[in-house]
Design a protein around this ligand. Structure first.
Ligand code: NAD
Length: 282
């Protein structure tokens, strides 16, 4: 098959990239964008069958891609997978820390330990494990670029998503710390804060928010659209293009930056009304 005909904004020829959480949603769009730019892309995800199918689809489009099973919350697995990438590809140029999970919407005062731990593990600690393993390799190479996916919630917290907000704020501080520590090696670390994109993740958030407000999901989706200054929800490609650009030599003098890609939306900070406490609250 002939390669995709979409314009390639960046030149990543021959660069080896790993995108975590790349089986679907934003991660898949990022993997596609990096591969379209000439990158050799590894789609790493806990959902192996889905990642395999996505990589096969990219290969069928004439792009270079393969998949690997990876749970980013397992630090040993992260080290094993990243070492294998270097053994097989000879280098490791780009890491996109995209894997993350949304939380079950809840007030901090009701949030169970297990939900806090689950969200922090996948959304923040996983980025630390992957960033640490990639940093060790990139330091030796004296080159590389890491792009961490935060969220507008990391800059401006939304009510009822406390664990997620904290995890994404942590991703921003992880980014800025690593940017300083890796600068001497020529390794750049930047973050992207996406606004709302209607992926599986956000569909679940919209469902829960509409239930909590007693409105339909369609009304909720429209409310969010109306709050975006540019007047539309984001597309996965809106986010993916910025990720590919930050990873590319075009952004060669940028590190420690936190770039919002959100149609101008800064955050959603509405406070929920009082509710009646139940005796089961944890
Ligand atoms: N969609 C949005 O509106 C939005 C906005 C801001 C930030 N984000 C962030 O963008 C990233 C991608 O979001 P999405 O909307 O594409 O979500 P999604 O749920 O559609 O996809 C997430 C992917 O990550 C994978 N994943 C989850 N836990 C993992 C783990 N432990 N190890 C490896 N892979 C794992 C999932 O299998 C899935 O393929 C997330 O970090 C999310 O927080 C999304």
């Amino acid at each position: 098959m002939t390669p995709r005909q979409t314009p390639t904004p960046v030149d990543l020829s021959g660069q080896v990239a790993v995108v975590t959480g790349a089986a679907q949603g934003l991660g898949l769009a990022m993997a596609t964008e990096l591969a379209t730019g000439g990158g050799r892309v590894v789609l790493a995800d806990v959902q192996l069958a889905k990642a395999e199918a996505a990589a096969a689809d990219l290969v069928a489009q004439g792009l270079e891609a393969r998949s690997v099973e990876l749970d980013v919350t397992d630090s040993k697995a992260v080290e094993r997978v990243f070492s294998a990438v270097v053994e097989q590809e000879g280098r490791f140029d780009i890491l996109v820390n995209n894997a993350g999970v949304g939380q079950r919407l809840d007030r901090i005062s009701d949030l169970p330990d297990a939900e806090w731990d689950r969200v922090l593990a996948a959304t923040l600690t996983g980025s630390f494990y992957c960033g640490r393993a990639a940093a060790a390799i990139m330091e030796q190479q004296e080159s590389g670029a890491i792009v961490n996916i935060s969220s507008i919630n990391g800059q401006n917290p939304a009510a009822l998503a406390g664990a997620y907000n904290v995890a994404k704020a942590g991703v921003i501080t992880l980014t800025r710390t690593m940017a300083l520590e890796l600068a001497a090696y020529g390794v750049r670390v930047n973050a992207v804060c996406p606004g709302p994109v209607y992926t599986e993740f956000n569909r679940s958030v919209m469902r829960q928010r509409s239930e909590s407000l007693g409105i339909s999901e369609e009304e909720m989706v429209e409310r969010v659209r109306g709050a975006v200054p540019l007047g539309r929800w984001g597309e996965p490609e809106d986010i993916a293009r910025m990720v590919a650009w930050l990873a590319s030599p075009a952004a060669g003098w940028m590190t420690g930056e936190v770039v919002r890609v959100s149609g101008g939306l800064e955050g959603v900070s509405a406070a929920p009304p009082k509710r009646t406490r139940t005796s089961e609250a944890t």
